[in-house]
Design a protein around this ligand. Structure first.
Ligand code: 5AD
Length: 446
């Protein structure tokens, strides 16, 4: 039986795609290993959102190929970098066997089978498949059957029709395509039957789910219709989603919180910049004022809402004044957490050719400064939990100390506590005793 090592770079969508690939490989008689040196087949599921992610995958592939020596191992790149670089990857790395794009994950098992056979027969073999495929959004639906898994990702749509000037995703993931509500609900029912208690609905811009396919009904957007349908699944306890765009985050979605109690109090709402001039150059089509107004509306409906965000520092033309505006908006919102990224030029995106690119050293300086601000806010946001009870869903052993358990609050804060394995998959209260900012520590209550 051929053994496959899969490594995933980048976002949750990529993790989900890798899970689909793993499940299909298992179904076709392969086994999955976590030990790279053991593998007959090495697949790197790649990310293109920043140059660093591409460099990591390229470096890893080079290293694994060198280590394999003359062993007949199959090597493949999957996903976003495979999509955006295609055959060029094969020219750079002639020993590569597979380059499979983002609409072709469902073909990986077939290609792997062919490539492995050729490798054993010592026949040269390579496939590049980065074509578009109608309905490929419906092919990410199978899950691994992990016992003790509590939370699962569910892909509800693919692609993005926004054209943020920094972003490569429209070119790696194609145009927006959504799955039908009934198929998503069936998938979630199957997951719940297997013991899943929480789902995270995934899409590039989830709040725009279904806008090209399904009509609004009585002012309710397709995304909120989907949330309502998922909410009805018996046995499901929590619903998350990521990521929405501030554009199209309308009243029906704001009001779904509270009305649908399984919808937890956390929104990841990418801000990108606090400067209106930079937002315009990014083609984000909102202003800082509009973003702040949206946060106000969300919080007036749901005071306990945890809000997290993405920020890019060093976008072309970002002056000290622009940067200070970003700092100001961060202070005005007080995010529970934020990912800060240094702007990275991406091929074929408008921002890559803009004048006034910011120096690496200045990006680094702003990145460092912003991380401190963001971390200060994380701590301030976590502090009020100390001394309180929080409802958590227990996911399993803590990543840092397997003798302890971990779970998440509805607001997505990680809580670590002592307890037996029977607690995994259960919802209960933990009394929070201390906080490090990112992690809360507490005692399970009976
Ligand atoms: N450079 C830096 N960060 C980027 N992101 C997307 N494209 C780039 C880029 N070219 C960030 C955005 C997005 C997150 C997933 O990655 O903040 O929200």
């Amino acid at each position: 039986m051929a053994t496959v090592f899969i490594k995933t770079y980048g976002c949750q969508m990529n993790e989900r795609d890798s899970e689909q690939v793993a499940q299909m490989l298992i179904a076709s008689g392969h086994s999955i290993t976590r030990i790279e040196d053991e593998a007959d087949i090495v697949l790197l599921n790649t990310c293109s959102v920043r140059d660093l992610a591409e460099q990591k995958a390229l470096g890893k592939m080079g290293m694994l190929r060198a280590k394999a020596g003359s062993k007949p191992v199959v090597f493949g790149f999957l996903g976003c970098m495979a999509q955006s670089r295609g055959a060029e990857l094969l020219r750079e790395m002639p020993q590569l066997n597979l380059v499979v794009g983002t609409q072709k994950f469902h073909k990986v098992a077939e290609y792997v089978g062919k490539a492995h056979k050729a490798r054993i027969d010592d026949v040269r073999f390579s496939i590049v498949d980065v074509e578009e495929e109608t309905d490929s959004q419906n092919t990410i639906r199978d899950h691994l059957n992990h016992e003790e898994q509590v939370s699962a990702f569910v892909s509800i749509m693919q692609g993005c029709d926004m054209r943020c000037t920094f972003c490569i995703v429209p070119y790696t993931r194609g145009s927006e395509r959504s799955r039908p509500i009934s198929e998503i609900v069936d998938e979630i029912k199957m997951l719940v039957d297997r013991g899943i208690r929480e789902v995270t609905l995934l899409g590039q811009i989830v709040n725009l789910y279904g806008r090209h396919e399904f009509p609004k009904l009585l002012g309710v957007s397709p995304f909120v219709q989907l949330l309502e349908a998922v909410h009805q699944v018996n046995g499901l306890e929590r619903i998350r989603f990521t990521s929405p765009h501030p554009i199209g985050f309308r009243k029906d979605l704001i009001e779904a919180f509270g009305r649908l109690p399984k919808l937890v109090e956390h929104i990841h709402l990418p801000l990108q910049s606090g400067s209106d001039r930079i937002l315009k150059a990014m083609r984000r089509t909102y202003t800082s004022e509009k973003y702040l107004a949206l946060v106000d509306q969300i919080r007036s409906r749901t005071p306990a809402m945890a809000i997290t965000t993405d920020i890019i520092v060093g976008f072309p033309g970002e002056s000290e004044g622009d940067y200070q505006m970003t700092r100001r908006v961060i202070d005005q919102v007080g995010f529970d957490n934020a990912f800060v990224f240094k702007y990275s030029k991406r091929r074929n995106t408008p921002a890559a050719d803009m004048e006034d690119q910011v120096s690496e050293s200045l990006k680094e300086e702003r990145n460092h400064d912003l991380l401190q601000l963001v971390n200060d806010w994380s701590k301030r946001r976590a502090e009020p939990f100390v001394g309180q009870e929080a409802e958590i869903l227990c996911e399993g052993p803590s990543k840092t100390n397997a003798c302890r358990l971990m779970g998440r609050t509805r607001g997505n804060k990680i809580v670590v506590f002592e307890g037996g394995k029977h607690l995994i998959g259960k919802l209960f209260s933990v009394r929070i005793q201390r906080s490090t900012g990112f992690t809360l520590y507490g005692e399970a209550q009976n």
